[in-house]
Design a protein around this ligand. Structure first.
Ligand SMILES: *[C@@H]1O[C@H](CO)[C@@H](O)[C@H](O)[C@H]1NC(C)=O
Ligand SMILES: *[C@@H]1O[C@H](CO)[C@@H](O)[C@H](O)[C@H]1NC(C)=O
Ligand SMILES: *[C@@H]1O[C@H](CO)[C@@H](O)[C@H](O)[C@H]1NC(C)=O
Ligand SMILES: *[C@@H]1O[C@H](CO)[C@@H](O)[C@H](O)[C@H]1NC(C)=O
Ligand SMILES: *[C@@H]1O[C@H](CO)[C@@H](O)[C@H](O)[C@H]1NC(C)=O
Ligand SMILES: *[C@@H]1O[C@H](CO)[C@@H](O)[C@H](O)[C@H]1NC(C)=O
Ligand SMILES: *[C@@H]1O[C@H](CO)[C@@H](O)[C@H](O)[C@H]1NC(C)=O
Length: 471
């Protein structure tokens, strides 16, 4: 209780500075306890600050960094000289020096004390003097719009006007007036695009600060590289990549590339702009006339429009020469089963450029032999596999242009489940035969591989017993 009273009494009198224990200086302390000060132009502004460590002043942007009127005196103070004191003097104080004065620890910037000082000047109600050209204020989607017409007198009566004569009164919900900030519009609509001014009348004289609001258009809708993924090319060939950017109407974008030989400037880049009814299209075409091995790697198209950024990339592979590599995937003999919905013959094929592919079955073009055969990319697909599909298949690959050809032969075995012919077992005359006579019993069965046939003999069931029990 005593402690609280102590702080209150001395806190109000401002002498907490001298009486405060060292522990109280976790932040520096100013000798003014008010949140704001109002002085007149030409007066001297004096502020004292005390703290536990070395101090530093941060002055409003209107006070020049080097100003003959600014004086700072630093001393050691406190009973044991273990505190730091700093006195700021600004003389003469001018309207443009209006703003927040902060004293902070040199090493711990966040520990600070501040006071807002208004320096009134009847001839200069706005902190900033308007130049001929209105200031540009940028509007961003979802952000506050601020007309920064700060004033030198907290009681100034300021109006916001939209040209030519629309007066906007603060409602303190969406439109807020603050003498230290100006007018803030919480949710600016299209109404706030245009020319505005903050106006005030002092002694019958009208002063104004004018602003032009601008809504930058930065929306990148799409970035498209005409070949993403891998680009396979040959040494000596030409590479052309087309980066197409779709952006909002009126947007400006810049497109740049990074690529392996950028330092050598091996590429030429051509830019084009076109506009459609709703969008802008920007093209940047990167061309390398004769590719070398060193040109292989990652090609990136970077797009920026104001703060918006996008990029897209592709990897370019440069082969020394054209080639075909053709190998068996699972050996030269492959197996399928009759009745399978589909079966795919796919040898391992790597080639550049893309070869022509022809499949032969038993020396004849496969696709012409049977409608169930078709070539998919370079595989041969057989639908509804049947026994007759077994045979010798050959894939012929060729790159005519470079005189490259490769063949590969595979044998397809079609397995068929064993089946026993319609009339399971036939003897000429079922029923009784003469004892001692020679009888031939025939069993027809089929399968791939050929099934093994085994005969079993069962004793005739004695009369009265069902055959099922013996079977
Ligand atoms: C401030 O000083 C300047 C120059 O000394 C003088 O012209 C001006 O009238 C003074 N302003 C006020 C408000 O005293
Ligand atoms: C602002 O307007 C109010 C009410 O009209 C008036 O009382 C006050 O003096 C004005 N302030 C200034 C600085 O002119
Ligand atoms: C780049 O691609 C776009 C769309 O794919 C096409 O309209 C445009 O003509 C291309 N530019 C060039 C220079 O080929
Ligand atoms: C990409 O666009 C360029 C320029 O329009 C064109 O020369 C090139 O062939 C295109 N590449 C692909 C893979 O379409
Ligand atoms: C590109 O620069 C590298 C390193 O400076 C050099 O070794 C290479 O030969 C250059 N390539 C071309 C195509 O100029
Ligand atoms: C290239 O683009 C792909 C897909 O857009 C992305 O996933 C990948 O991270 C990019 N690679 C690099 C190196 O930027
Ligand atoms: C590939 O097969 C075709 C047709 O059977 C034949 O003319 C050609 O000589 C063969 N080529 C190679 C490289 O084996």
């Amino acid at each position: 209780m005593f402690d609280i009273l102590f702080v209150m009494i001395f806190g109000l009198s401002g002498r907490v500075l001298t009486k405060g224990k060292l522990g109280r200086f976790s932040s520096p302390v100013l000798d003014v306890t008010e949140k704001q000060l109002i002085i007149e132009r030409n007066q001297t502004l004096q502020l004292n600050c005390r703290g536990r460590w070395e101090l530093q002043w941060v002055l409003p942007s209107g006070v020049p960094k080097v100003y003959h009127g600014t004086q700072i005196e630093e001393t050691r103070c406190g009973k044991k000289n273990n505190q730091y004191c700093s006195r700021l003097m600004l003389s003469p104080a001018l309207a443009q020096h209006t703003g927040s004065y902060r004293c902070r620890y040199r090493q711990k910037h966040r520990k600070q004390a501040s006071v807002y000082v208004y320096i009134t000047d009847s001839q200069r109600p706005f902190v900033k003097v308007q130049s001929e050209i209105p200031d540009v204020v940028y509007m961003k989607e979802g952000e506050l719009l601020v007309f920064p017409c700060r004033v030198t007198n907290p009681d100034a009566n300021v109006s916001l006007i939209k040209y030519p004569f629309h007066r906007i009164a603060p409602d303190y919900k969406n439109i807020i007036w603050n003498s230290r900030q100006g007018f803030t519009i919480r949710s600016p609509t299209f109404f706030y695009i245009g020319l505005f001014s903050c106006e005030t009348i002092v002694n019958g004289v009208k002063y104004s600060n004018r602003f032009l609001t601008h809504r930058p258009v930065n929306k990148i809708l799409d970035v498209y590289l005409n070949s993403t993924g891998l680009v396979h090319t040959l040494q000596g060939q030409m590479l052309a990549l087309n980066c197409t950017v779709t952006a909002e109407w009126n947007a400006r974008v810049s497109i740049s590339w990074t690529y392996p030989q950028k330092a050598n400037g091996s590429a030429t880049i051509i830019r084009r702009i076109s506009r459609s009814r709703t969008n802008m299209l920007f093209y940047s075409v990167l061309t390398i006339n004769r590719l070398s091995k060193a040109d292989r790697g990652l090609y990136k198209c970077h797009v920026t429009s104001g703060p918006s950024k996008r990029e897209t990339n592709t990897t370019v592979i440069v082969y020394d020469q054209p080639f075909i590599q053709l190998k068996h995937r699972d050996g030269p003999v492959v197996q399928a089963s009759a009745g399978q919905k589909s079966f795919r013959l796919t040898p391992k094929l790597k080639a550049f450029p893309a070869p022509e592919v022809i499949w032969l079955k038993d020396g004849m073009v496969a696709a012409e032999q049977c409608s169930r055969y078709h070539v998919d990319r370079f595989s041969l697909v057989i639908l509804d596999v049947a026994e007759e599909d077994a045979g010798i298949y050959t894939i012929l690959t060729g790159i005519q242009q470079y005189g490259l050809f490769q063949n590969l032969t595979l044998t397809l075995v079609v397995n068929v489940k064993p089946q026993i012919g319609e009339k399971t077992v036939s003897s000429r005359q079922p029923g009784t035969v003469q004892r001692g006579s020679r009888q031939a019993l025939h069993c027809t069965s089929h399968g791939v591989p050929p099934p093994q046939i085994q005969w079993l003999w069962h004793r005739c069931p004695p009369k009265g017993l069902s055959p099922a029990r013996l079977a």
